[in-house]
Write a protein that binds this ligand. Structure first.
Ligand code: OXD
Ligand code: MN
Length: 596
């Protein structure tokens, strides 16, 4: 491959001079080249080829035991001014950050190969897509990037001689956690990652680019990069409406994005289509509506808990061309993880490669073990998922895990109030599962670890986006909470496919087909407007879900909300003076309404 782009050539040459690899290999995106890399990774033991009959083209990888998750404490926004990283991000001076990582990466690829991956976030050539160049010394990264993004020569062709690309440099070094850094330089379109080999830290297209750098770009350029799934709901008449939804990590975004509607709806002909499970880039379209695009090409999903009941579509997505990381490798060359089924394999090793006894109570798969699966494998992938224009959004949903506070669903009063609802998003730690109300962690728009600039400025950007079009063209904003608990710690709402009942109400609200009850926090459904036909769910022994339970989870207890107001004030104070006054006013107004 010949590099014709001056900026790309310079970036590669500088990286080569710094890291001093034995050789440089450009990823052209061809199947032959990827196959050769798989062969090499298997030869060195970096990957294991799985049972090709049962899992064709699937591979297995174990990370180092000290390298199994994103490291928020070692993730920095390196803006020139500290103020622009904001109070909720770690900040490092860019000069210091370059010097620090120059010293760590210098000579770090000696004896290794440096791979250059041209990749596109979004369909190659779409005016809404963005290009990056990731340099890495890990074949595992190359092969994952080839699933999660669009890679190869066609990306360089689309870039032409433009300098508008993100420079990502990843060096494994010694996987030394004391020298692990994940650095974003939003003003320089640059990412550096060293001493990790784990997904979210090293697949630079995902969290580092498509959220941290892209959120900054969106702020400067008038669009939005959000931590949101995108799904389409097709009604029996064949019309499809689209929804984007933000939940904190580990609240079931992948499950919701691929949900199979409850039987009651399936038999009427409703369908859910997946457009994306983690990230949405949102722009105003020519018609003034907001359009969402999934910039990724694969799913980097948490394996444990994924099964034929919880998410058959995700499971089906992993049956071909998938890389499994830190799950249990079975004797027959297939894989296992907790809750896949009730038959943990015996006489095999755990994710660390140590002999493991399922009866010991120890987990076989790491709780954050993953599958990297091509989105095109997903049985319910939307026919529109690669539409270069994106899909028009009818609604945006925020959500969290709250034992008592948030009702099953409520709607914001308008866009500004909706931004407020997003800004106060929160989840409780799962201590709540034992009945105790857990510790509240505020995670505005699920972006706390992913916003590449000041959180107050980010809220202002949301407010400003709402002023770019007519109010009736804006998506309506809702909040859901699937996780209300009874006093014994049981989930009151069944979740999964039954969540469709709530989505139905949301779409009816968008179409002005149903009224709602005004409350201090927003609009809540009238009980009769959530369809319970065919719902058969046992909350606890002898207690089936009924109207009373719906009443409970639609009820707002002012006492809890007033406690929340105090917690929100503290959180806003932490973000500081940049929190827009409109949102402070919304908080005051809500408190007033609650006290009345
Ligand atoms: C993810 C996350 O991996 O949000 O998607 O942590
Ligand atoms: Mn995520």
């Amino acid at each position: 491959m010949i590099c014709k782009n001056e900026g790309v050539c310079r970036f590669v040459a500088e990286s080569e001079a710094l890291a001093q690899p034995d050789q440089v290999v450009w990823i052209d995106g061809s199947e032959e080249q990827l196959e050769e890399l798989r062969r090499q990774a298997v030869a060195t033991g970096e990957m294991i080829k799985l049972n090709q009959e049962k899992l064709p083209n699937c591979y297995y990888h174990r990370t180092k035991v000290n390298d199994v998750a994103r490291v928020e404490g070692r993730t920095f926004i390196c803006s020139r001014e500290k103020r622009n990283a904001g109070a909720t991000n770690n900040w490092m001076d860019p000069k210091e950050a370059y010097k620090l990582t120059d010293d760590i990466i210098r000579g770090g690829m000696k004896g290794r190969t440096m791979y250059v991956i041209p990749f596109s976030m979004g369909v190659v050539g779409s005016p809404f897509s963005k290009i990056g160049i990731e340099i890495t010394d890990s074949i595992y990264v190359v092969l994952n990037m080839a699933i999660m993004t669009r890679v190869g020569e066609k990306v360089l062709d689309a870039l032409g001689d433009s300098d508008d690309f993100v420079r990502g440099l990843h060096a494994k070094c010694d996987i030394d956690e004391e020298k692990r850094y994940i650095l974003q330089f939003p003003e320089d379109n640059t990412i550096r990652s060293c001493n990790s080999g784990y997904g979210g830290n090293v697949l630079l297209g995902k969290k580092c680019f498509a959220l941290r750098i892209a959120s900054y770009q969106g702020w400067k350029q008038g669009w939005m990069a959000e931590h949101m799934l995108i799904l389409g709901i097709e009604n029996p008449q064949g019309e499809t409406k689209y929804i984007a939804a933000a939940f904190p990590s580990a609240c079931g975004k992948t499950n919701l994005s691929m949900m199979i509607p409850a039987e009651e709806y399936r038999k009427k002909g409703y369908k859910v289509w997946t457009v994306g499970d983690d990230i949405a880039w949102i722009r105003k379209g020519k018609d003034g509506r907001f359009y969402a695009q999934n910039p990724e090409a694969g799913f980097f999903g948490v394996a444990p808990g994924t099964n034929a009941k919880s998410n058959p579509n995700a499971l089906a997505s992993t049956r071909e061309g998938t890389i499994f990381t830190n799950v249990v490798l079975k004797d027959d060359g297939t894989v296992w993880w907790e809750k896949l089924d009730n038959n943990p394999p015996k006489g095999v090793c755990n994710w660390k490669g140590e002999p493991w006894d399922p009866a010991s109570g120890e987990k076989g798969a790491h709780p954050n073990s993953r599958f990297t699966a091509p989105a095109r494998n997903c049985p319910c992938i939307s026919p529109e998922w690669e539409n270069p224009e994106g899909v028009p959004l009818s609604a945006i949903i925020f959500g969290g895990r709250r034992a008592k506070t948030a009702p099953l669903v409520y709607q914001s009063r308008d866009w500004q109030h909706g931004v407020f609802v997003g800004s106060i998003m929160a989840s409780e730690t799962t201590a709540a599962a034992s009945g105790a109300v857990g510790v509240v962690r505020r995670d505005p728009m699920a972006m706390l670890p992913f916003c590449g600039y000041d959180m107050g400025d980010y809220f202002q950007h949301w407010l400003d986006m709402g002023k770019t079009t007519d109010a009736d063209k804006l998506p309506k904003i809702f909040h859901v909470n699937w996780f209300r608990l009874d006093d014994d710690g049981n989930f009151i709402w069944p979740g999964y496919g039954e969540n469709f009942r709530v989505l139905e109400w949301i779409l009816k609200r968008c179409e002005n087909k149903v009224d709602a009850k005004e409350t201090p926090i927003g609009y809540v459904p009238f009980e009769d407007d959530i369809n319970l036909t065919g719902l058969d769910y046992t909350i606890s022994e002898g207690h089936k879900f009924g109207k009373d339970d719906l009443h409970d989870i639609l009820t707002i207890e002012n006492k809890y909300w007033l406690e929340d107001v105090a917690n929100i004030r503290e959180f806003y104070a932490k973000i500081g003076e940049t929190v827009p006054k409109e949102l402070r006013n919304e908080l005051d107004a809500m408190e007033e309404r609650l006290k009345k």
